[in-house]
Design a protein around this ligand. Structure first.
Ligand code: SF4
Length: 366
């Protein structure tokens, strides 16, 4: 196990080092090994801070650091949540990005002097099969050497994200003989994406043994609560009441039927609807609640910057007496929005309630 493996545990050589060491991860968990604590910290910081850097770097050695990566993958798999996988992979990629940009900048400054834990550009490109896909442009007079390069268009398209904006669209790039002119920092951004894909690959995996899952029950329960408090609200803007979780469907049905909801019930329903990016008028049309009350609550749920007060988690809804966790519903997802997000992903076709015609409404009711 080498320091570079600990710094980049998703590299193929690092995974091989874990395999070759013959370490039994189940035994580590059963023994309460330090690597398990570090693995939990890895996931916890990914969910709460968007990084997997340790709080105290001196607390862990190379072995703990490297073995914490497969442990973290087990924990994320047991969380069995799309949001957890996404946040975890993004955090591993953000941390790797900070590390490799530091390594590459340092390599440029220090020339040939190499430190074993650090990675150089060739090794990084090889790791993602990009060694033959990048060609450094000869600098023009007055240009910094290595700032511009040409990247194979296939490699470029594999990692570029359509959400990054117009500057990344091929029509706005120099494209010559199947190569895209790219700045060094842009290549780093693409490599960050490659890391994220690598980390997310195969997650969540199935087949974590029952015994191992039982041993990690406390860690999983704590991580679920953390995840619930950082819900998937921002990703959801489809309104399809037939996929609402039972707690919200019940509250909505009662509101529509003219039942008076108590303050907790009203808050839970409106916070959920606001979490779907409904505006106050739409929430009134859907729920039948008093327009003045809804406008007032929505003003409170969203601040001036548009930030959203998070809807209550399943645990909080349990404390309000709104959810009795019937059929162990909470094991499906720790947050009503996450439950809803899952149902939407499983659905074949979803028509937004705001775009429905009368015949859609009839179909949905049938
Ligand atoms: S477990 Fe959560 S999503 Fe399911 S009914 Fe209860 S509060 Fe709603």
């Amino acid at each position: 196990m080498e320091p570079r493996h600990a710094r980049y545990p998703f590299f193929a050589s690092a995974r091989e080092a874990v395999r070759a060491s013959g370490v039994d991860l189940a035994a580590l968990v059963a023994d309460g090994d330090d690597a398990v604590d570090r693995g939990r910290e890895r996931v916890e910081r990914a969910l709460t801070e968007g990084t997997v850097e340790p709080e105290d770097a001196g607390a862990w050695d190379t072995r703990d650091e490297l073995l914490s990566y497969p442990i973290a993958r087990i924990l994320v798999s047991l969380l069995d949540s799309h949001a957890a996988v996404e946040k975890y992979a993004q955090a591993e990629a953000a941390t790797a990005y900070r590390r490799f940009t530091e390594d590459l900048d340092r390599a440029r400054d220090d020339g040939a002097r190499r430190e074993p834990a650090r990675v150089d550009r060739d090794a990084l490109l090889r790791e993602f099969d990009l060694a033959g896909a990048v060609r450094i442009e000869d600098p023009k007079p007055g240009q910094v050497a290595g700032r511009w390069l040409w990247l194979d268009v296939g490699a470029y398209l594999s990692y570029v994200d359509p959400d990054w904006g117009d500057d990344w669209r091929l029509v706005n790039r120099e494209l010559v003989d199947g190569e895209v002119r790219t700045e060094r920092e842009e290549l780093y951004r693409l490599l960050r994406e490659a890391v994220e894909d690598r980390v997310a690959e195969g997650l969540p995996f199935e087949g974590v043994g029952e015994e191992l899952a039982d041993e990690l029950e406390t860690e999983i329960s704590d991580l679920r609560d953390l995840l619930a408090d950082r819900s998937v609200a921002a990703d959801l803007d489809v309104v399809a009441p037939e996929y609402f979780p039972p707690c919200i469907a019940k509250l909505l049905g009662r509101a529509q039927g003219g039942d008076e909801l108590d303050p907790h019930e009203r808050f839970s329903l409106l916070a959920f609807l606001a979490g779907l990016n409904l505006d106050a008028e739409e929430a009134v049309a859907l729920s039948g609640l008093d327009p003045e009350l809804v406008a007032d609550r929505f003003a409170y749920l969203r601040d001036d910057s548009g930030a959203q007060y998070p809807p209550p988690s399943c645990r909080t809804l349990g404390e309000y007496g709104i959810c009795g966790n019937e059929d162990n519903h909470r094991s499906v997802a720790p947050h009503p929005l996450e439950y809803y997000s899952r149902k939407l992903r499983e659905a074949d076709e979803v028509v937004d309630w705001r775009e429905r015609t009368d015949s859609d409404a009839g179909d949905a009711a049938a």
